[in-house]
Design a protein around this ligand. Structure first.
Ligand SMILES: Cc1ncc(COP(=O)(O)O)c(C=O)c1O
Length: 387
């Protein structure tokens, strides 16, 4: 019989990608829209990284790479994880992937059997539950609450653990809440992984974008249980280059590389050489990250004070570049609120697919002028909602 697999029919396309595509299409048609939808830096990739790609291209580095990545980059990754994250990994315990997304996708394919449970902290990044289900697993939601700053409660997590729990996903700094988890909370979650012998999946892709607090890698406490996922996209404004990376127990990393070898073969070779430059030319990269972080901090502060002066509620994010806005003043639910805001000329992502009901996600990875315009339009939408 012809048709689509049940597996793929059960998969929802990414809401964030869809909403962003719609906003770009409306703009292309000439609609004057402020898009607060994108999950990507608005900066261009740093020049020294582009230059490394040019050099690689001219040197003919245009062939297949090994499935786990070019050895030079894996060595640089081992060094990066050691220096920046305190993780004592060897190059063979690292892996290069097509974005952080493929690292997570391969990981769930590598560790899940049908019916295995994966605890995800809600609100969550939209792809975790879909990837878990696609691998035959069952996502188990544990809520984090706005009144607790969206910081997970380890006791609540503990109550969700069953004999089928295979993994817990943590993402700090967090998409979509912007929460940066305190070290003690991450330590408590790492202890749960050790006690109950499940994997801790630590998605650290926003590690450099922290405005208050400090980054902590829980893999330092549970190295045999943790797979740390990261990537070049957010730190180095390299979303389109599609380079992600991971480190963890060798057997898991090898299994993830096997999934790559039968699907994508390897990530783009030229992009790997460019990423090597981003990781090893520390002076230029750190200057870029510091510049971007300062810009995001200013934008966050502008957006938060603007929202507060309109009487709108949002939990103050300490990292990443997102804010969850409470939509109750606009409409009875977040989908209608997103529609009203779109009518007012601001594209946002409804929280529904993040399990952030009653909220929309705003990305402040856009210029201060655009944020100012968005705030004016929020005011208009509010006055319309109140008549
Ligand atoms: C929390 C989180 N993890 C992973 C990714 C994957 O990023 P990429 O595949 O572009 O490296 C994203 C991108 O939006 C993200 O927000």
């Amino acid at each position: 019989m012809r048709g689509l697999s049940q597996r793929v029919q059960a998969m929802k396309p990414s809401a964030t990608v869809a909403v962003n595509a719609r906003a770009l299409e409306l703009r292309r048609q000439g609609v004057d829209l402020v898009a607060l939808t994108a999950g990507e830096p608005d900066f261009d990739t740093p020049e020294h990284v582009k230059e490394a790609a040019r050099r690689a291209l001219l040197a003919g580095k245009t062939k297949y790479a090994p499935p786990a990545g070019i050895p030079e980059l894996r060595e640089a990754l081992a060094e990066k994880f050691r220096r920046e994250n305190g993780l004592g990994v060897k190059p063979e315990e690292t892996l290069v992937t097509v974005g952080g997304k493929q690292a997570l996708f391969n990981l769930f394919q590598a560790i899940l059997d049908p019916g295995d449970e994966v605890i995800v902290l809600a609100p969550y990044w939209v792809s975790y539950p879909e990837m878990v289900r696609f691998a035959g697993g069952v996502p188990v939601e544990v809520e984090t609450r706005p009144e607790e700053g969206f910081i997970p409660d380890p006791e609540r997590v503990q109550r969700a653990i069953t004999p089928r729990t295979k993994a817990l996903v943590v993402n700090s700094p967090n998409n979509p809440t912007g929460a940066v988890y305190p070290k003690e909370v991450l330590e408590a979650l790492a202890r749960l992984a050790l006690e109950h012998d499940f994997y801790l999946v630590s998605d650290e892709i926003y590690e450099h974008l922290i405005y208050e607090g400090e980054h902590f890698s829980p893999g330092t406490l549970a190295p045999e249980h943790t797979i740390t996922v990261n990537g070049a996209a957010k730190a180095f404004a390299m979303t389109g280059w599609r380079i992600g990376y991971a480190c963890g127990p060798k057997a898991v990393i090898q299994a993830m590389a096997n999934v790559s070898s039968q699907s994508t073969t390897s990530p783009d070779t030229i992009a790997q050489w460019a990423t090597l430059e981003a990781l090893t030319n520390r002076e230029s990269s750190q200057a870029f990250i510091a510049m971007a972080r300062e810009a995001y901090r200013r934008r966050r502060d502008l957006l938060l004070s603007g929202l507060a002066s309109l009487g709108l509620k949002a939990v103050r994010p300490s990292g990443a570049f997102y804010v969850l806005l409470d939509t109750s003043p606009f409409a009875p639910d977040e989908i209608r609120a997103a529609e009203r805001l779109l009518e007012a000329g601001v594209a946002v992502v409804p929280g529904t697919d993040f399990a952030a009901y009653g909220h929309v996600r705003l990305s402040y990875a856009t210029s201060e002028a655009q944020l100012q315009k968005a705030l004016e339009r929020f005011a208009e939408a509010l006055s319309r909602a109140q008549v």
